[in-house]
Design a protein around this ligand. Structure first.
Ligand code: MN
Length: 763
């Protein structure tokens, strides 16, 4: 039972929720209150891991649903009820009777998602049979992918299920501290891997940012804190610059009777970090430009886009605009619904300042996504952008019923890629991911057209199928009835639709060939007066090194095995019984030898325990068990995780590595936090990048410092110079991050060297 102070806390929180429901009708408020009363009673005995009364959680989720996403009363009620069926004795029928079928359907969707995601049985590990084990892990991976698919499948039922799920995840992330460490890593990775991109794709900018920042904070606390400090410092430093710029602008707009707010541009910690990492640049380089936001209340009777341009023109009277820097998302919104007009102007202090111009509605859409559209009914035409996107997701889902893993890759692809807009000959706009080819375009138009595609006319010029399209291209597909899809076409398509289309075509082609092959084989057998039996198959399989009937038929059908050869094989006598007896015997002996070879200390399962962090030091660093991931090349001193691979090794990744995020999200139970102890016995590969003035002898000085003074081994060295500037990359072996830092400091002291930093992969 709850204490009096807890009861007060709950009541206050619910009152806060009601505040966000101000625009609701009285009957809708009653529904929300009814849901609250019911949930309060139902969860009465439950507490969260944090020790708080359980009901606190659903109310918080409902607040996010009402405030951050801006959903309707039924969604808010569903959010309050979302854990009832899974966590209390009440059934879905009770909810349906009390709250109607719509809410029951939404809660049902959320319950199913929760069962699929959060309550996964931990994987059982078989300790002796390696083959069996790797199959297990494959199953595990596809199970997780299948869950992602289920999650996205709900998009096609009722989009509110996924929106409430995102709110649920956000509140769970806010209270993640109560979770055990290993679960934290898994949950954060999942969040980065699927929930944040999904929120982004749905245009839920504020939720996406918070999800990312929280995941980043829990995964890499130190890096998060350092960067947050820097951002704060940077903001203070630039405050006056922005202010001076804004005052003049503000006066001018006020004189024109425009009502508006001016905002600084918030900087997300995670996106800053990601930019620094992916482009390999410093913090200062990411924020080399300043930005402000103008959010205006539109005048009636004038299109909002016109008013954006008007404001742009007013600012351009004050400050010089930068040529070619206008970003126009008011004439044609981004696919995720974003609308705004961006321009860059030269401030009085000689700094470029970006100005983002948005109406109040555009701003709300930018922060809250599609849900905000529903509040502005008069802009109905914009709404079908969401429908279009949902349609695309549904397409992908329908095409991948059989293979969830493949689906996940495709979906990730469509989540992250930027888009280009191209035109059909009649001027219809087609949206494609950046990097799409003529063939991708053809599949977007019609599958049959794509199958017979021989090229295209792009802006009236002939181009091959593989040509990469640019935004604004007008594309006319050229086709021929004689053309058929060829395997190498897979190399130049990137959309899920094209990839699936081609794979389907090859499957059909293969099926036809198999059928043909079967017929050929049967005819031959008939001629020789033989019937198809397992002995005949065994005989051919052995001779032709195929392992199943379909492969054999295919080879026959494709004339890789011709009739003459088949006849010859069939006429051959079987090997005698003596040989057949010995062949399996030999195999058994081999397995026995292998089995005896592994002693218990080498057994990976004794080292790997998903429940607790793994201690790694140079003493137990055995190359037959541990492997350093070549994607991120961690060294002792780095924050790392270990992934138990199907090859039965523990692969060490930096916690910041893209692959580590992907692995933790997909194989949560195969990933452990690793504490890598520094005892300077072994050396590990690290890569550094140098920049500086191209002076005579500088390379010599650098290599001297590395090899003579510090006694570090170099594996490879690469230098290039032009216009008095040089760039260098050196691979070397160091004990740990401390050694590397000393080395970097010493290199920085060499005259002419301007910057030295560690990098993960070759640039
Ligand atoms: Mn929940």
């Amino acid at each position: 039972m709850y204490s009096d102070s807890e009861k007060k806390q709950i009541e206050a929180l619910f009152d806060k929720l009601l505040m966000y429901c101000n625009s609701c009708k009285d009957s809708e408020k009653d529904l929300i209150k009814k849901a609250y009363k019911f949930a309060y009673e139902a969860h009465k005995k439950d507490r969260r891991r944090t020790g708080e009364p359980f009901i606190i959680h659903p109310i918080h989720v409902a607040i996010i649903v009402a405030d951050n996403i801006g959903l309707d009363a039924k969604s808010i009620a569903s959010a309050i009820l979302h854990d009832i069926v899974e966590d209390t004795e009440y059934t879905l029928e009770t909810l349906e009777n009390m709250f109607g079928s719509k809410i029951a359907v939404i809660v049902d969707g959320l319950t199913k998602l929760k069962r699929a995601f959060d309550e996964q049985p931990s994987q059982e590990q078989s300790d002796s049979d390696l083959i069996c084990y790797s199959k297990e892990s494959e199953k595990q991976h596809s199970l997780q992918a299948e869950n992602f698919r289920k999650l996205l499948l709900t998009l096609s039922d009722d989009v509110r299920v996924i929106l409430i799920k995102l709110a649920d995840r956000l509140h769970n992330m806010r209270t993640l501290d109560a979770m055990p460490p290993n679960k934290k890593v898994k949950i954060c990775s999942e969040t980065l891997f699927i929930y944040a991109p999904l929120a982004h794709r749905l245009g839920l900018y504020s939720i996406k940012t918070e999800l990312e920042d929280l995941s980043f904070k829990f995964r890499q606390l130190e890096a998060y804190n350092t960067l947050q400090e820097k951002i704060k410092f940077d903001d203070e430093k630039n405050y006056h610059l922005i202010n001076r710029f804004a005052i003049k602008m503000s006066n001018k707009l006020t004189r024109q009777n425009i009502k508006f707010d001016i905002d600084g541009r918030p900087k997300s910690v995670y996106s800053t970090w990601k930019k620094m990492k992916s482009k390999n640049v410093t913090f200062e380089e990411v924020y080399d430009f300043l930005a402000v936001r103008i959010i205006f209340d539109p005048l009636e009777g004038i299109p909002e886009s016109t008013q954006c341009w008007n404001i742009y023109a007013l600012i351009a009277e004050l400050y010089n605009p930068k040529p070619n820097r206008i970003r126009d998302w008011v004439s044609k919104p981004k696919a995720n619904g974003y609308e705004a007009l961006h321009g860059t102007f030269m401030g009085n202090d000689g700094r470029w300042i970006e100005v983002q111009i948005r109406s109040r509605r555009m701003h709300e859409v930018a922060e809250k996504g599609y849900a905000a559209h529903w509040k502005y009914k008069e802009h109905e035409s914009k709404e079908n952008e969401l429908d279009k996107w949902l349609g695309k997701v549904r397409d992908i889902l329908d095409n991948h019923k059989a293979n969830a893993l493949e689906f996940l890759d495709d979906f990730k692809l469509s989540l992250f890629s930027d888009e280009i807009l191209v035109f059909t000959p009649k001027g219809k706009i087609i949206t494609l991911p950046k990097g799409a080819s003529v063939l991708d375009f053809a599949f977007e138009i019609h599958t049959e057209l794509a199958y017979s595609c021989i090229g295209a006319k792009i802006n009236h010029q002939m181009m091959p199928r593989s040509h990469i399209l640019n935004s604004g291209d007008q594309v006319e597909i050229l086709s021929s009835k004689k053309q058929q899809p060829e395997p190498e076409w897979l190399n130049f398509v990137i959309t899920a639709k094209a990839q699936t289309g081609l794979k389907n075509a090859f499957k059909t082609q293969r099926k036809k060939t198999i059928k043909k092959g079967k017929k050929i084989l049967e005819d031959i057998l008939e001629k020789m007066d033989l019937s198809l039996n397992s002995n005949i198959f065994k005989k051919i399989f052995r001779e032709e090194k195929v392992s199943n009937k379909d492969d054999l038929y295919y080879k026959v059908g494709a004339k890789i095995i011709d009739e003459e050869r088949l006849t010859k094989i069939l006429k051959k006598r079987s090997p005698n019984k003596f040989v057949r007896y010995w062949q399996p015997r030999i195999k058994i002996t081999e397995t026995e030898i292998q089995g005896n070879g592994s002693d218990s200390e080498n057994n990976i399962d004794n080292i790997f325990d998903p429940g607790k962090p793994l201690i790694l030091d140079d003493g137990n660093f055995r190359p037959e068990i541990f492997e350093i991931a070549s994607c991120c090349n961690p060294i002792p001193g780095d924050e790392v995780i270990g992934y138990k691979s199907p090859g039965d090794k523990i692969i060490i990744h930096k916690i910041s590595c893209e692959n580590a995020i992907m692995l933790s999200a997909n194989y949560g139970d195969l990933v452990v936090k690793v504490e890598w102890i520094r005892n300077k016995l072994k050396s590990f590969l690290a890569r550094i990048k140098l920049k500086g003035m191209d002076k005579m002898g500088i390379v010599n000085n650098i290599t001297n410092v590395i090899s003579k003074e510090l006694n570090v081994n170099m594996r490879s060295i690469f230098f290039e110079g032009h216009d008095d500037i040089f760039n260098g990359e050196i691979d070397l072996y160091v004990h740990d991050t401390q050694d590397l830092q000393i080395l970097i400091n010493n290199l920085m002291r060499i005259e002419g060297v301007k910057s030295v930093r560690r990098i993960e992969t070759k640039e």
